[in-house]
Ligand binder design. Structure first.
Ligand code: ADP
Ligand code: MG
Length: 327
């Protein structure tokens, strides 16, 4: 795309009014100039969504914009950070104004909803891809890290598991006769909720968390590896939405278990907390209307086992989605 086209697009779609007083200089110069708050650490994350890989080609521009922010907001939430600044690297196949109009409106609204300012970016031509980098603030003594799980800690998750994977399957692989299942699960796929507000308060009680982007088994696995411990997961306690309950009658057992245990894209939080803090965390979740479910315990087994109500291990050869697995 020509320099003039690029300049016009940035001006028209990505120069939003300033809404934070810690932004000295935003979009328009060679760099943004930002004032970090005294005494805080910066939490920085970046994620790329590639069309056809991270979202189906016919996903609406509104949903693409929302999700490109939600996945990075979810990373900040997983550390207990307060979101502040964004940069956006956008690669577009053409300069379709209709697409940009919708994308930009949704991007701007989502930024506003989370109090984040867009401070810079890059605009290039090529296959559709959206990279969002977010910076947030944490109190140095209150972060949630993957390496902080201890034997005996309890494992909790927010929300429901498996819905986004169900939604993706309903778009790409199979059909189910009940349209309410499709509606709810595709909505979870396209519009995952980042638990940003809850996480900033949960840091009072929780030092170890991860967001579930690649499936519970894969992501909890990262905690176990970083913390050098094992875990037991109680399969029957895994939280399932109404839609997910309904899909069970149509699916074979393995597909069902795979979606629940290894389905990606839910962006729920997995929190590991000392037993002494359980009550306080549950009260916090209830006061903020966040569903929080006890799903397991950290142990010293060195492995992750999933057990049924009679304590038998459920053997599954599962892992999260791996981007290069098919190459
Ligand atoms: P440079 O050539 O110095 O990198 P660019 O022409 O790429 O500058 O960008 C000009 C300004 O517009 C910079 O401040 C940059 O951060 C901003 N910018 C470019 N693309 C975007 C975008 N998609 N969203 C937000 N800001 C952008
Ligand atoms: Mg540039």
């Amino acid at each position: 795309m020509t320099a003039a086209t690029e300049f016009n697009l940035i001006n028209k779609y990505f120069s939003y009014s300033t809404n934070r007083n810690d932004v000295v200089l935003g979009v328009g110069d060679d760099c943004a100039l930002l004032n970090p708050p005294a005494g805080k650490q910066l939490a920085v994350t970046v994620d790329t969504l590639v069309c056809g890989v991270h979202f189906p080609e016919n996903t609406s521009p509104e949903d693409v914009a929302y999700k490109s922010l939600a996945v990075s907001l979810s990373d900040l939430a997983a550390m207990g950070a307060e979101p502040a600044w964004a940069t956006l690297a956008l690669t577009l196949p053409n300069s379709s104004e209709a697409w940009l109009e919708e994308f930009s409106m949704s991007f701007k609204k989502t930024l506003h909803d989370y109090g984040v300012q867009l401070v810079g970016g890059d605009t290039t031509q090529g296959p559709l891809s959206i990279t969002v980098q977010l910076t947030g603030f944490v109190d140095a003594k209150k972060t949630m890290r993957r390496d902080a799980a201890k034997v005996g800690d309890k494992i909790y998750v927010t929300g429901y598991l498996g819905d986004a994977a169900l939604g993706l399957n309903l778009l790409n692989v199979f059909e189910l006769p009940d349209p309410t299942i499709r509606y709810a699960s595709v909505k979870k796929l396209n519009r995952p909720l980042a638990h940003v507000g809850f996480a900033q308060k949960a840091v009072e009680y929780c030092a170890c968390a991860i967001d579930i982007s690649d499936g519970l088994i894969a992501d909890l696995g990262h905690i176990l590896k970083a913390s050098a411990c094992g875990a037991k997961i109680y399969f029957d306690q895994l939280p399932r939405s109404k839609a997910f309950h309904k899909c069970a009658v149509y699916l074979n057992d393995l597909d069902y278990k795979k979606m629940l245990l290894a389905g990606g894209d839910d962006y729920e939080l997995c929190l590991v907390i000392p037993a002494d803090n359980e009550e306080a965390l549950l009260l916090l979740a209830e006061s903020m209307d966040v569903l929080l479910t006890h799903i397991g315990v950290i142990d010293n087994s060195g492995e992750l086992s999933v057990i049924n109500t009679s304590g038998e291990s459920i053997e599954l050869n599962l892992s999260g989605y791996e981007h290069f697995a098919h190459e």
